[in-house]
Design a protein around this ligand. Structure first.
Ligand code: ADQ
Length: 734
């Protein structure tokens, strides 16, 4: 893949939940903005300054209709996404922080699954998509859109609908959970579809990327190339990448050098904990481990103290208030148990500390205790390392933090293992200066090299590469999907849709014929002694039979309202007679409104109003008129490819037709006797996919970004041909 010349310097749109500043109201209710101190803002602002572009984000509070955000001077645009309070609440507190945050940190018991929250999340993400699309339209050239984090996982799909060739990159700052946890999410496929609408998806560490690929393979039916971290999703190739985030190393180092020495320093050795107050950070567990350390090591009494800083976070949420109370009580209990007249073992500050002071504390801490129960990366560990400019300290790091995958010189612990953490604190305090210096040197070298600027650079380089098309379907891919399923010598019932599946869609139905390769593969299946082929089509039975012209095959025409096949009693739905006269009258009415090349195909009990030749700008209103006529005549109107179908209101669809064929051919115990494969490209095939769930292998052809109940996706009729050909080559048996 070649890098497009100049790509890296074109404008960029950054989208994140929050804007690069915090908005608040002063006592008089006026808006004031404060620059965010976060590392991400510091890293991305220079990129936006250099390349130009826009930062799209939610201001975090409701603005009055004419209220303007005080933006200050910036060489790039700020685009606030306004959200109604209800939507904002369901999106932010609900789905983002009440569902995804705990679930993705593998704490499913804390996750709330509330449909209204997901719908608010989807709505908020659509607002983001519109705002981003407007920015892309304004710039007049296709720029890179860099979407950040778990709040915006489903922006991609609506955005791609608005700007089909947009270049979208996504980075997840939190872990991506294993399949068994992810699939607890009732909206698992929706989230995967949203992510797969992007061209590049970045994670901190390999483990998260591997979890994502597992989920994509098992839940989204995409093909996964694990060696190259590529997902072949329909006709698109999505590049997955591993980009461990870093910090502004030089900035922390300089602050640490400049920070004054605290007056109390040196009296006792310092163990430091610094976190957002969040249940994932393992603060109560850490305090218990420190208590255990004091129990096991009385020699450290009056010589060591734990300083725990916790910056308030999401404090309006009950769960976080409960966590705060728990920590308050624990600190009180441990101090009550061990404190002496001149020593308190734990000092606890529930507040934010300015960066300069923080850097000084990091520098002076003998041990940093970074023990989250789960953490995407963890920047505190890195900030500590950058601040070790004097006597080197020791980093004790949870194995469940992403940072543990690269910060190999840290002493790693299981944060749930109280004794292990306690003994590691003791070991860290006992480590001699050579060992400390050796480990710290390695840590510092890496963090200096892989700082946040390097992170931005490597992500943008990957995102700027030319986009690849999906690789053609190979025998290995098909073997992976069907090999085990068809291994046993069971009969195969192969159901195939016709238009769009065996043939590409054509302007006129009479032009849709199988090409030579497809014809050969198809005939191979039809003449195979252990395979029964059935065609399930929206065409009239006689029509599809004439197109396919093979007497060994079963035909279900008119979406299964009429069925005929070798060895089967011909079937025609008994209610059809009541509709035949009415459908003829409806066909005449539709002909009277047909313009611009629209035409009506009468198919016996059903009809199709074709609009493929109608210019797009006039299609919508014509289809609306046709739909009204169909409905007024008492028929069901259903969307098809560039067409609208009129069907009798009979509770019958392709799913029922498949069941009819299976029962008639193999008897009521069919699911034990036969393996079923179904391939289709149309909305009407979804009825069959749903009906066959768990009972068959199902394949949806084409359109990647539509929802499907099928297990797997095939990019186009070439992929169908590869599949049908593979099936035709199965050895026969008797
Ligand atoms: P966070 O969950 O916010 O980030 P983390 O990476 O540890 O977690 O960053 C916390 C930040 O808050 C640090 O920069 C730290 O200095 C600051 N901080 C904490 N307590 C403070 C205090 N009392 N006073 C001042 N500052 C304080 C999410 C993911 C992480 C991932 C980052 C970046 O959860 O896993 O590392 O994004 O991708």
């Amino acid at each position: 893949m070649a890098t497009i010349e100049g790509e890296r310097e074109r404008p960029i749109v950054v989208a994140s939940n929050r804007l690069p500043f915090t908005l608040e109201r002063d006592a008089a209710g006026a808006l004031v903005s404060r620059t965010s101190a976060g590392g991400l803002v510091a890293a991305l602002e220079p990129v936006l300054r250099r390349r130009g572009g826009t930062w799209v984000g939610w201001p975090g509070l409701a603005l009055g209709p004419d209220e303007k955000i005080p933006l200050g001077e910036r060489p790039f645009r700020i685009e606030p996404v306004a959200l109604d309070p209800d939507v904002a609440d369901g999106y932010y507190h609900g789905f983002s922080n009440g569902t995804i945050w705990p679930l993705f940190h593998s704490m499913p018991q804390r996750a709330v699954f509330e449909p209204a929250d997901f719908s608010a999340y989807a709505t908020a993400n659509e607002h983001f998509a519109s705002a981003i699309a407007a920015e892309l339209g304004r710039a007049g050239e296709t720029e890179l859109v860099w979407i950040h984090d778990y709040h915006l996982m489903v922006v991609g799909e609506p955005l791609r609908q608005l700007v089909p060739d947009a270049h979208l990159a996504f980075f997840l700052h939190i872990p991506f959970p294993p399949y068994d946890v992810f699939r607890l999410l009732p909206w698992d496929r929706e989230v995967l579809r949203g992510l797969l609408a992007c061209d590049v998806i970045g994670f901190h560490v390999e483990g998260y990327a591997a979890n994502f690929l597992d989920c994509v393979e098992r839940l989204a039916g995409a093909r996964v190339d694990r060696a190259n971290l590529v997902v072949h999703h329909g006709d698109r190739a999505v590049q997955v990448g591993v980009f461990p985030i870093g910090i502004d190393f030089d900035d922390f180092e300089a602050r640490a050098r400049a920070a004054p020495t605290a007056p109390e320093s040196g009296r006792e050795r310092l163990v430091l904990g610094v976190d957002r107050l969040d249940y994932t950070k393992g603060i109560p567990e850490r305090i218990r481990a420190f208590e255990r350390f004091l129990e096991l090591h009385p020699e450290h009494h009056e010589r060591v103290a734990l300083l725990q800083l916790a910056v308030p976070s999401r404090s309006e949420v009950q769960e976080y208030q409960a966590l705060k109370r728990e920590i308050d009580e624990l600190v009180g209990k441990v101090n009550g148990r061990f404190a002496t007249a001149r020593w308190s073992p734990i000092r606890y500050l529930h507040r934010s500390v300015p960066k300069d002071r923080l850097a000084g504390l990091y520098r002076d801490a003998d041990v940093a205790l970074v023990t989250p129960l789960r953490d995407g990366m963890n920047l505190v560990a890195k900030e500590y390392v950058a601040s070790q400019v004097a006597d080197p300290g020791v980093l004790v790091l949870s194995r469940l933090a992403g940072a543990a995958e690269t910060m190999r010189e840290a002493l790693t612990v299981n944060p749930y293992h109280v004794d292990e953490v306690a003994e590691t604190i003791a070991a860290a305090l006992a480590m001699d200066v050579d060992a400390r210096a050796e480990r710290m040197k390695g840590l510092r070298q890496r963090e200096r090299r892989e700082d946040v600027h390097a992170w931005v650079g490597s992500f943008l380089a990957a995102a700027g590469r030319e986009r690849a098309r999906a690789a053609p379907l190979s025998d290995d891919d098909i073997d992976h999907w069907l090999g085990a399923f068809l291994r046993r010598r069971s009969r195969l019932a192969l159901f195939l849709d016709y238009d769009g599946t065996l043939t590409p869609l054509r302007a006129h139905p009479s032009e849709a014929v199988m090409d030579a390769r497809m014809r050969a593969a198809f005939e191979g299946c039809a003449s195979h002694p252990n395979i029964d082929v059935a065609i399930v089509s929206g065409r009239a039975l006689a029509d599809v039979r004439a197109m396919v012209a093979n007497e060994r095959v079963t035909y279900a025409g008119n979406h299964g309202l009429e069925i005929e096949g070798p060895g089967l009693a011909p079937f025609r739905h008994e209610d059809l007679v009541h509709y035949e006269e009415r459908i003829a009258a409806l066909a005449t009415e539709l002909e009277s409104i047909a313009r611009d090349g629209a035409w009506t195909e009468a198919k016996g009990p059903t009809l199709t109003f074709h609009v493929r030749r109608v210019p797009l700008e006039r299609r919508g209103s014509l289809v609306a008129k046709a739909r009204a006529l169909i409905t007024a005549a008492g028929f069901q109107a259903r969307d098809a490819h560039a067409a609208l179908e009129g069907r009798p209101p009979i509770g019958w669809d392709k799913g029922r037709a498949v069941l009819h064929v299976l029962r008639a051919r193999y008897g009521p115990g069919w699911s034990e006797r036969v393996r079923v494969v179904y391939v289709g490209d149309d909305q009407t095939d979804e009825d069959a996919f749903r009906f066959l769930q768990g009972l068959a292998r199902t394949f949806r052809v084409g359109a990647t970004d539509t929802a499907t109940a099928a297990q797997h996706r095939l990019s186009d009729t070439n992929a169908v041909c590869a599949l049908v050909d593979w099936i035709s080559r199965r050895p026969a048996w008797s």
